[in-house]
Design a protein around this ligand. Structure first.
Ligand code: LLP
Length: 423
């Protein structure tokens, strides 16, 4: 909603700021984010749960981990879903509270666990029996209680891209429903482990809400089984995954999903005579995805045997999603070019790979030097960027109330060479 063409000039604007001006001032490729969009997306989650239950929205840092964005979310009251010591360090640098962070991921090292415990991390979302054992050992060594939650795999089909679906039994994530009671018994008996909750995350870019309800049914059935074995769990983390519109998807809104999930938990608790559990969610993409665009400049237009290419200065190292998932991202010219003829292009980057494309078969009226905006680039854009082809990472700016702040300077070749020359 904050991304619009100006009615008079035809200029593409984000929060009423001309994107062509930002491209000129900061250079390209450039990630541009709208703070209002981020905050509104966060508030949509917070207000969907208001008055219904005790819910923490733990923003999934992997979607966009820029410290300034984390800071804005921490100020809104968000908790954080982290998957590495590095992400926890970012949360702390942003002024977020480790106590409000949950630590997920299938391969936590002993050093990471120790760091997280020393910082007072809220909870470990544990993904295997071996990991539970390791956390118990580290906690014992540090003589510090570790809060644990078991990530269970409810084996529901999230009906999303196979690379980002995580809740099926063939995925590497979580523990099966069958194995969960045994792992809980181990944790329950361990003097340095505190069984805090249960969690599941079934996939990303979900456009249909029904898998959430199926997953919740299975989680609640497991809680009954655990209660019968004397393990009472009073916290549910239902993961992230609500999709965004890239093209014409119509994902459910938090207001359509969260109250119904909460109601289901409430009914269950009432029917069992239990107190209402606390809840958390871990949205990433739906908070930042459509709050960011990637600006790029056309370097050359080129024709090969009737096929037209727009070669731009952003590439797969800046935005990996098209190359990796064949993901669709909208592409629009930032300014109206009255001299150019509409033509169908593949928008490609300078990296030496055939897979280095950002968009295929898009009709654009452009010339060399024009700026393009790659849309819906706020999530899993810069966080998945690399230095492939020794390309420096893009700069990032944040717009807030018409004020533009550089939140990451463009990476230089010196930045890239330092770890190799500093040996
Ligand atoms: N919680 C857990 C345990 C997760 O694994 C994820 C994402 C999230 C929360 C946040 O999910 P979201 O709300 O953003 O859908 N790179 C891929 C997406 C990978 C998602 C990985 N896990 C992409 O660009 O589409």
């Amino acid at each position: 909603p904050h991304l619009q063409f100006d009615g008079v000039t035809g200029e593409l604007q984000f929060e009423k700021t001309d994107l062509s001006g930002l491209a000129q001032t900061y250079g390209t490729p450039l990630y541009v984010y709208s703070a209002s969009s981020i905050k509104e997306a966060y508030r949509a989650y917070a207000s969907a749960c208001e008055g219904l239950a005790n819910v923490t929205i733990c923003y999934a840092v992997k979607a966009n981990s820029n410290v300034h964005i984390l800071k804005a979310l921490a100020q809104e009251g968000a908790g954080f879903d982290i998957v590495s010591a590095g992400e926890l360090a970012r949360v702390i640098a942003a002024g977020g509270k480790p106590q409000k962070a949950v630590f997920a991921g299938v391969g936590k090292s002993a050093q990471e666990i120790e760091y997280a415990l020393s910082q007072g991390v809220g909870c470990f979302n544990v993904e295997s029996e071996a990991e539970m054992t390791r956390i118990g050992q580290v906690a014992e060594k540090m003589q510090r209680m570790a809060n644990v939650s078991l990530r269970v795999n409810p084996d529901v089909d999230a009906k999303t891209h196979p690379y980002i679906s995580t809740g099926l039994k063939e995925n590497k994530f979580g523990v099966s429903m069958n194995a969960a009671p045994r792992v809980y018994q181990f944790a329950h008996a361990h003097p340095w482990l505190n069984v805090h909750g249960i969690d599941c995350h079934i996939g990303s870019q979900l456009t249909d809400a029904s898998p959430y309800f199926d997953a919740l049914d299975r989680v609640l059935a497991l809680l009954d089984q655990l209660a019968a074995d004397g393990i009472e769990i009073n916290h549910l983390d239902l993961g992230g995954g609500i999709g965004i519109r890239y093209l014409d998807e119509t994902p459910p809104t938090p207001a359509e999903v969260l109250p119904r999930l909460i109601a289901k938990v409430k009914d269950w608790a009432q029917s069992k005579g239990r107190s209402m559990p606390t809840l958390s969610f871990e949205p990433g993409r739906s908070i930042v995805g459509n709050a960011g665009v990637l600006l790029t400049q056309v370097e050359f237009l080129k024709e090969n045997e009737g096929k037209h290419f727009a070669i731009v200065d952003a590439a797969m190292n800046d935005l990996m999603r098209p190359a990796m998932y064949k993901a669709f991202h909208g592409v629009v010219a930032v300014q109206n070019n009255a001299h150019a003829q509409p033509q169908e292009y593949d928008v490609v980057g300078p990296v030496c790979e055939s897979g280095d494309w950002l968009a295929k078969n898009r009709t654009l009226a452009i010339e060399q030097g024009d700026y393009l905006a790659i849309l819906s680039a706020g999530a899993y854009g810069q966080t998945m960027a690399s230095n492939y082809n020794s390309r420096g990472r893009a700069a990032e700016v944040l717009i807030e109330n018409g004020e533009v702040t550089l939140i990451r300077r463009r990476e230089t070749i010196e930045d890239q060479l330092r770890p190799e020359l500093d040996v």
